[in-house]
Design a protein around this ligand. Structure first.
Ligand code: ADP
Ligand code: MG
Length: 251
């Protein structure tokens, strides 16, 4: 089953076309890495997939349920309530962690499951502590974000996303604000999630990670998917010249 299906997504900012007819599907349990130069539209694609940005045209479905439908060249969006329901399907992890600064680690993780999902407190707290253990922060539940390193904050952000029990996770350059040695720890957590068959879409510059963890690699440039395939196909033996040049520059 496809958890996410996006078809013929188009997006302009003013007169600049940022996504030119992009189609991307993600199957249950699949890990898809999106690579490509800065400005190629990777974040915009993720923001359209997660309804933080509206596509101009195209279709978007989650778990076979159509949320956005193209009609005569325009993307038709449903009411906010339907969008919010669709957003229950996924979790999001950004480059800058985006934790609530005035909430403790535990409250950052438990707030949405308790307040939005109306789940039982004892169960949410129990699971939050298990998640903190999973990301290696079991001793930090009472800390505030400002007391944590960037890597620790990102671990909390991952635990927070998982606490909502999403069917899939989106990551937008989760390690690009972090030092290399810290990055390795975050990538290990993500690798663990991949091994547990978490469905994930990861925008990343970490080519070794993409190679080791992804089922599929998508190379974007200039608002189009230039090439996609297995890591062996796209990273080890890219067919397209633009992919070859991009990978060469990364070294
Ligand atoms: P990437 O994530 O691959 O670096 P982005 O999706 O962030 O690329 O950006 C693609 C293009 O869209 C860039 O030229 C960027 O300047 C432009 N862009 C992104 N967001 C906006 C916005 N909110 N308003 C205007 N232009 C934007
Ligand atoms: Mg980006």
């Amino acid at each position: 089953m496809n958890i996410l299906e996006m078809n013929h997504i188009k997006k302009k900012f003013d007169e600049k076309t940022v996504l030119k007819d992009i189609s991307l599907s993600v199957k249950e349990g699949e890990v898809v890495s999106i690579i490509g130069p800065s400005g190629s539209g990777k974040s915009t694609l993720l923001r359209c997939a997660t309804f933080l940005e509206r596509a101009d045209d195209g279709d978007i479905s989650y778990c076979g349920e159509e949320v956005v439908k193209s009609q005569t060249g325009i993307a038709i969006y449903p009411e906010k309530k339907i969008i919010r329901e669709a957003q229950q399907n996924f979790g999001l992890v950004f480059q800058n962690f985006n934790l609530f600064p005035h909430y403790s680690v535990l409250k950052n993780i438990t707030d949405a499951p308790i307040c939005n999902q109306k789940r039982a407190k004892y169960e949410v707290f129990k699971e939050a502590r298990e998640l903190l253990k999973k990301v290696g922060l079991e001793d930090k539940e009472n800390a505030y974000p400002c007391e944590l390193s960037g890597g620790q904050q990102q671990r909390v952000a991952i635990a927070r996303a998982l606490a909502l029990k999403p069917k899939m996770l989106f990551f937008d350059e989760p390690t690009s604000a972090l030092d290399p040695e810290i990055t390795a720890g975050i990538l290990r957590v993500m690798k663990g999630l991949a091994e547990e068959k978490m469905t994930m879409v990861v925008v990343t510059h970490e080519i070794e990670f993409a190679k080791a963890v992804s089922d599929r690699v998508v190379f974007m440039d200039g608002g189009v998917i230039v090439e996609e395939g297995t890591p062996e196909e796209v990273i080890d033996a890219p067919k397209n010249q633009r992919t070859q040049e991009f990978l060469k520059k990364l070294g």
